[in-house]
Ligand binder design. Structure first.
Ligand code: AMP
Length: 393
């Protein structure tokens, strides 16, 4: 079965083609609608190859993607594609699972309204269905895995009428990744996910942490939007809500400006004044740059506190799982986090941690109270698997 996985951003479109669970090809179109669109084929072991293309809108980009897939021999013809899986960031309160896309999904008013920056996911699905009618399209929501959170974990203490009026609550994101790595870790342990308690650490440019209790998410660090939780590349994460009206008043900012500062100019970038990229920050911190060192410390501390909280929530854990760019590739950050968990009995195997970059591996010693895993995430594969599961009923 050939499955196409599509991820639509505001000016980009990423695709991955799977035959069953085997990756066939991946690529992306960037700068859609700018008059300077670029198509790149992504290769696992070689640099990506790019070329200028014409893509005035997402619909044109989708047609271009299909032409490329055929021209590159990934599929014999477009009719070989049997289903399409779409990444959708915000499913709103309605969707607890991946679903086949129909008019109701496309019109998901709450999903669109709660994440206006990602409403383009819905427009992308609609355009793709127009270009590829007659085959099943499946929406895989970043929020779905977190829908099992108990009400007390997902509810904010604001006037309840507002909670109801706007469906303001914790939704959580990166759900596809948290689900994938928790399932993989259970496999590595040789156990059923329903017998395991995990804390999953998705640490990338956006970061989130989830408490996964016997296969179900019971809490997660992101909130109604992906701005909450731990410190991120450019996002502030948790802060005292009173800082917001304070800044609006004293800097004469409107809501849009505040949103921009907290989403794009804060986090590691705002703290360090250097970069949002952890590689740059670690290098500068190593050379003694005071604010780079501060950025690393604040980042690590914010993560350690969530681990402590979720450890308590679940009454103990079987494993900590590191994933995404920083989690998969930074032994230094993994060591800094686990160092602060020494009192909880976590023992990292220093050599194993150092050697493990983007591979599935246990990096704790036999004396550790819980196992520590590195599991590279694979959201595209998970979307393909979910798509297949929905199509097969
Ligand atoms: P992601 O959002 O999962 O693609 O992760 C991207 C982030 O991973 C980048 O912004 C970097 O900060 C981080 N990253 C990638 N490689 C490394 C590395 N070798 N060491 C530390 N951080 C890294």
């Amino acid at each position: 079965v050939i499955i196409l996985v599509v991820n639509t951003g505001s000016s980009s479109l990423k695709y991955t083609v799977f035959k069953g669970e085997s990756l066939q090809a991946a690529g992306l179109i960037e700068k859609i609608g700018s008059g300077q669109a670029v198509y790149s084929r992504v290769h696992l072991q070689a640099p990506k190859q790019s070329e200028p293309v014409s893509a005035a809108n997402h619909r044109e980009a989708i047609t271009l993607m299909l032409n490329k897939i055929v021209a590159e021999g990934v599929v014999g013809s477009v009719s070989d594609i049997q289903a399409v899986g779409h990444r959708v960031v915000h499913g709103g309160p309605l969707y607890k699972h991946s679903v086949r896309v129909d008019a109701a999904v496309l019109q998901n008013r709450l999903g669109r309204a709660l994440a206006p920056l990602h409403a383009v996911n819905y427009d992308g699905m609609e355009a793709c269905m127009q270009v590829l009618p007659g085959i099943p399209h499946v929406a895989v929501f970043d929020t779905a895995f977190h829908q099992t959170m108990p009400e007390y974990a997902a509810t904010y203490a604001i006037p309840y009428a507002l909670t109801e009026k706007y469906q303001i609550r914790k939704y959580g994101f990166h759900g596809t990744s948290h689900k994938y790595v928790s399932q993989r870790a259970a496999m590595l342990l040789g156990r059923d996910p329903r017998q395991c308690r995990f804390i999953t650490l998705h640490l990338g440019n956006g970061s989130s942490i989830a408490a996964v209790d016997r296969g179900q998410c019971v809490d997660t660090s992101m909130g109604m939007t992906p701005l909450a939780g731990v410190v991120m590349g450019t996002r502030a994460g948790d802060l005292d809500p009173a800082i917001l009206p304070f800044l609006m008043q004293h800097e004469s900012w409107d809501a849009a400006k505040l949103e921009e500062v907290l989403n794009k100019q804060s986090g590691i970038l705002g703290l360090s004044g250097i970069s949002n990229d952890m590689r740059d920050i670690l290098k500068q911190a190593g050379e003694g740059h005071a604010r780079a060192k501060l950025a690393v410390s604040v980042f690590v501390y914010s993560i350690v506190k969530y681990i402590g909280a979720y450890w308590t929530v679940m009454g103990g854990i079987d494993a900590l799982i590191f994933t995404a760019g920083i989690g998969e590739k930074s032994p230094a950050i993994r060591a800094a986090i686990c160092q602060q968990l020494h009192g909880m009995g976590v023992r990292l195997h220093a050599a194993s941690n150092q050697k493990t970059i983007s591979t599935e591996k246990v990096i704790s010693t036999v004396f550790s109270r819980c196992k520590v895993f590195v599991v590279p995430t694979n959201e595209e594969l998970m979307i393909a698997k979910e798509t297949l599961a929905v199509v097969n009923g």
